[in-house]
Design a binder for this molecule. Sequence first.
Ligand code: TRP
Length: 334
Amino acid sequence: MSKGRIFSGVQPTGNLHLGNYLGAIRNWVALQSDFESIYCVVDLHAVTVPQDPAALRQSTREVAASLIASGIDTKTAILFNQSQVKEHAELGWLFNCVARLGWLNRMTQFKEKAGKNRENATVGLYSYPTLMAADILAYCATHVPVGEDQKQHLELTRDIAMSFNSMFGVEFFPQPEPLIQGTAARVMSLRNGTSKMSKSDESDFTRINLTDDVDLIASKLKKAKTDPEPLPSEIDGLADRPEARNLVGIYAGLSGRTEADILSEFGGQGFGVFKPALADLTISVISPISEKMNALLKDETEIDQILADGAERARAISAPILAEVKDIMGFVAK
Ligand code: TRP
């Protein structure tokens, strides 16, 4: 089994969609057989921007349910929500005293999220990356599956690890390696092939949600934007056809085949043939997940129990690591 220890985090947001599934969730499921895997719903990160408490609770359970329904095996992999393991916040503070203002000032995600009114951003949003470093290093994780957008935060994590080691003259923290989730898995809006599929797009017809039923999936794909040309037989033929490329990409992602392979099957055919085939495939993958997810969400106590159990197992790893960190830094403890 173990090629190392993975840690990854996902924000508790509602409306998980096909983009989340192909971009991240499915990857997490695949990695769990090769790595010791720790997956975390990052509720402490969520509150760096205002949250409605009831919605946060619901989203946390929804994300957990989607991961379980998609095949995360919570008997082997650890799945929990961040706030139940206090070591994250504690190590986050310690890292606030390692990371430098100059490092955080370079973070592009803060600039984007804070927007024009930076004075009004929370201090938590600014120090978001130090908490993320704490998430990873509280487990001395060796590998971190993340999207391209999180690469800079992972580099900061490596800087913090290295800086801690050299400040205290130890070889304590490893340098965690990013496992970048491929851009091939980037799923675009069904209505605009140049913008990313997003939970916040006002039209629900731009995305396939993991909770959509069979009929809704079929009708969303039927109405997906396309062009009048038949599909090309070669990938080059998709160059200026973002919507066609997106649908072929989704087909490839869901079937585990290459785009070239899909085009060799469907090249020369129109969308009247391709769309129903894509709908059948999407339904065959997503429907079992949405059924399981909806069933899980009916019983909150089961999800809560899984998260509590995951938190306990997570703490068993992170608590001794934190105790060592505190000892290295010179804190008195019995
Ligand atoms: N910042 C990540 C995101 O928005 C989520 C996250 C928090 C994370 N802590 C992490 C990802 C630790 C990987 C490792 O997607």
